[in-house]
Design a protein around this ligand. Structure first.
Ligand code: ATP
Ligand code: ZN
Length: 302
């Protein structure tokens, strides 16, 4: 396998990713977007029959709800906030001076009501909570959103802005664990069609700090998170391309979501890293989609 730098350069020289001058922030070429769109359709061919409610949130979320979500406690290093200018003419002149002199002008901005969504499902839970108790069969959602995580890297598979498709299940522990078990199987079957090597393993989220290390260990011990890993930049450290998360009653109790029987709802989600899967395909089958194996082309383009 070639090293990180040359894979990224190859993606750029083939017009698949476009350089913006910031690591992890790329434009996407038409060929790249076509693969993302075809993979999106492949996901729907596996999950579309389940009757999920389709919801699309923009890549920003309500700051107040984000504060309540606990994200800043667990992942402050990844968060992004939208700030804007609301000063007067004098303050505006000072701001322009600072930009002209290449000084730091961030203190001249103030926080807006919006932060960047760190995962597609974050804005969903408070929205569902407002509807009251779940129906007897629980609820199932189909989400897709650009997400932001401040993790600049030369590894093209570690982006700062990327798309996450998710199915999110809310219900009784039985309904939710059955959903996750089904998707662990479907996830394997889906990626098998793409002709790339993969493995499924237990995982943990990158919780911040010393307390975070304990949370990560406990998450692993309880098998709450699995990842489907595909080697993209390195064989030794394959990349998480799909995640299967069981949150137990964490979001249910945080947001006050009840089952029809009045118990605290459990939740689980399956997340698909749209860019990561596209990158895995380009890595293993080459930059020219027309030259990809016939079976892979058939799975994607039919
Ligand atoms: P990693 O362990 O690689 O940091 P993660 O555990 O943070 O990944 P999740 O929080 O489960 O990933 O996010 C859901 C999905 O979003 C992942 O399975 C992955 O495919 C995708 N994803 C996560 N972070 C990134 C990123 N920086 N760039 C591109 N895709 C990402
Ligand atoms: Zn991550």
């Amino acid at each position: 396998m070639c090293n990180q730098h040359s894979f990224l350069e190859g993606l750029m020289s083939h017009g698949l990713l476009l350089d913006t001058g910031v690591d992890g922030l790329y434009g996407r070429g038409g060929g790249f977007e076509d693969v993302v769109a075809r993979f999106d359709a492949l996901i729907t061919s596996f999950g579309g029959g389940d009757g999920a409610e389709v919801v699309r949130f923009p890549p920003g979320m309500n700051r107040k709800l984000f504060e309540k979500s606990g994200y800043m406690k667990n992942f402050p290093q990844l968060a992004g906030s939208v700030n804007s200018f609301n000063g007067d003419d004098k303050q505006h002149a000072r701001l322009l001076d600072k930009i002209e002199c290449r000084e730091d002008w961030s203190a001249d901005l103030a926080a807006t009501d919006i932060v960047l969504a760190p995962a597609a499902c974050y804005p969903l839970y408070p929205t569902v909570a407002k509807r009251g108790a779940l129906p007897e069969q629980g609820r199932l959602f189909d989400l897709n959103s650009y997400c932001f995580r401040h993790e600049p890297s030369k590894d093209p598979a570690r982006m700062q802005m990327f798309r996450m498709r998710e199915y999110v299940r809310l219900g009784t522990p039985g309904q939710v664990t059955e959903f996750r078990a089904t998707w662990l199987e479907r996830g394997r079957a889906l990626i098998e069609k793409l002709g790339v090597p993969f493995d499924v393993d237990v995982a943990n989220d990158p919780f911040f700090g010393r307390a975070g290390r304990m949370m990560a260990a406990s998450q692993r011990d309880q098998n709450l998170k699995f990842e489907l890993l595909i080697p993209i930049e390195s064989v030794e450290k394959p990349t998480a391309c799909l995640s299967f998360n069981y949150h137990q009653d964490h979001f249910g109790s945080l947001w006050g979501i009840a089952t029809s029987a009045g118990e605290v709802a459990h939740t689980a989600c399956v997340g698909f890293g749209m860019e990561r899967v596209a990158l895995a395909l380009f890595k293993h089958h080459g930059f020219e989609t027309k030259a990809w194996p016939a079976a892979v082309r058939a799975a994607l383009w039919g």
